[in-house]
Design a protein around this ligand. Structure first.
Ligand code: ADP
Ligand code: UDP
Length: 237
């Protein structure tokens, strides 16, 4: 499958058309942004790691019964995916308090929840991705009630799978963001990516951060953390 015209360039990926109207090619960049694009930088090798990690996790999720956009890895940075119309919701699942949850609710980072939480933000850069609830999503016609129920079910299934997988690698899954989309026949599938850009991953013993928080918080060792988490995954596949 060959790349045709570039349809979109986002903060972390470029998206290309192919000869098949139902398929796209995504091309992962090393560019990193945080705080709604205010902080910009590059993380050398990130595109390769995020591409490969996302593909391996999505292949495993398919086996576990969660439909995804993943079709085929084409190169280190490029993947063939099913074209979807993205549901404009950022779906965030949390097992442990961190980031905006800790800030918003005044909870210390690291507090473990009795059960996972789910929240949605409106995927809209101009508005700064505001938090919203199901009623707001319905009022804005971002998705139907049935679609939201399906998305919630899949998001918790993804959490169950990823939590167990990362634990087997000696890694604690703190939280992550998912995006879903509709195929041309309306079927909801998991899209976008699952990577250290979109997840918080801590070493299970030391709680060392092995994700994009090292970039967001200027902690150093960013490339090393991405390489470390990829190595952990490869050792346990
Ligand atoms: P952003 O748009 O937030 O800067 P990226 O740089 O990751 O993010 O760009 C990738 C874009 O492609 C995102 O807008 C994402 O929603 C979209 N996308 C991801 N998977 C698919 C897919 N299978 N079909 C269509 N669009 C997709
Ligand atoms: N996240 C993401 N994209 C976003 C916002 C959040 O991938 O636009 C991920 C983030 O990496 C973390 C989880 O979602 O794993 C929860 O993020 P949080 O709401 O705590 O926001 P942040 O601290 O990034 O502002």
């Amino acid at each position: 499958m060959e790349k045709r015209e570039q349809l979109y360039e986002g903060k972390a990926k470029k998206v290309y058309a192919t000869d098949d109207p139902e398929l796209l090619i995504v091309d992962y960049k090393d560019d990193a942004t945080a705080f709604n694009g205010l902080k910009k930088g590059t993380i050398a090798g990130k595109g390769v790691i995020n591409n490969q990690m996302s593909n391996r996790l999505m292949a495993k999720l398919e086996e576990a019964g969660v439909p995804t956009h993943y079709v085929q890895e084409l190169s280190e940075r490029e993947t063939l995916v099913k074209k979807v119309s993205i549901v404009p919701l950022e779906v965030i699942v949390r097992n442990i308090a961190a980031g905006s949850f800790s800030k918003r609710y005044g909870v210390e980072e690291g507090v473990v929840f009795d059960q996972p939480t789910i929240e949605f933000s409106y995927k809209n850069d101009d508005l700064g991705d505001p938090l919203l609830n199901t009623y707001h999503a319905l009022a804005l016609k971002l998705a139907t009630a049935e679609e939201i129920a399906t998305i919630e079910k899949y998001a918790f299934q993804v959490n169950d799978f990823l939590k167990a997988f990362w634990l087997s690698c000696g890694v604690t899954l703190v939280d992550f963001k998912l995006e879903f989309g509709r195929l041309s026949n309306g079927t909801i599938v998991l899209a976008d990516e699952i990577s250290p850009d979109t997840s918080r991953l801590w070493d299970a013993k030391t709680h060392e951060k092995l994700d994009k928080d090292r970039f967001r918080r200027d902690m150093g060792g960013v490339e090393e953390a991405y390489a470390e988490i990829m190595g952990r995954m490869e050792a346990h596949l």
